[in-house]
Design a protein around this ligand. Sequence first.
Ligand code: B12
Length: 218
Amino acid sequence: MDQNDISEIAELIADLDDEAIELVKECLEAGLDPVSVLKDGVVKGLEKIGQLFESKDYFLAELMVGGELAETCIKIIDPHLPVTADGSNQGVVVIGAVSGDLHDIGYGLVAKQLELAGFEVHSIGVNNDSMRFIEKAKEVGAHIIGLSAFLVTTIPNCKDVVNYVRDMGLQDKFKIIMGGAETNQEKSNMMGADGWAPNAMEAVTLCKTIMREHFGRT
Ligand code: B12
């Protein structure tokens, strides 16, 4: 088995074919890199589904089936992902999707990578009121609040959380980061967030930088 089989996973997911699940298992059993199976296989497949949706070849039903298929594959890959932590608690993160947003695969991957890197992560699900992030962050003593937004209509809700945190004078206590398919550094700046990352790996680097620069962690 080789990289071609991983590309085949992406194709099968884009075709909404359950065979993807078996191929994921076979690739992992054959010892292929689980990070590549996830990134170049499953996530690539979801990107293709997004393109087919945009070109109107796929509709909501296909998005839903594709999302479920990807989630099944991710659950199989999860236990194989490498632990990068040294055992010490790297910091506390509250993460979830903003109000109106139901996409949870992307932030789920961020949460998983942060956990593997030694962060204590509290996932609060989808469609969260702005205050929900702050209440949870207070409750668990978070350092970082992670906002996930996948839609042009939900990205502005990130600004709401930033404003609440500022209005409550909590901007030094909680640092806010954001991400999601339709976000970028420029939009993050516009929302007033403290940081943005394009993927789960870089989200880990971002959180470590924040812990070092704002919370004096080495
Ligand atoms: C699967 C999917 C769905 C599934 C979601 C299932 C689930 N459980 O999550 C369902 C069917 C629910 C869905 C619904 C809709 N969707 Co949808 N969906 C997708 C699709 C195909 C994949 C999303 C995904 O999970 N990708 C995989 C992950 C891994 O993506 P990722 O971006 O690489 O994630 C990384 C980064 O974003 C980052 N990240 C993510 N969150 C965070 C948070 C922080 C703090 C940080 C630092 C980083 C970070 O790290 C992640 C991991 O590396 C995308 C297409 C796409 N290109 O993303 C469309 C897409 C996001 N959906 C879209 C749309 C339009 C919709 C609907 C409005 C459709 C409709 N007509 O109803 C609804 C809206 C529902 C709602 N209110 O939220 C559009 C958005 C377009 C836009 N400009 O707003 C997209 C882009 C498709 C398209 N090309 O048109 N969708």
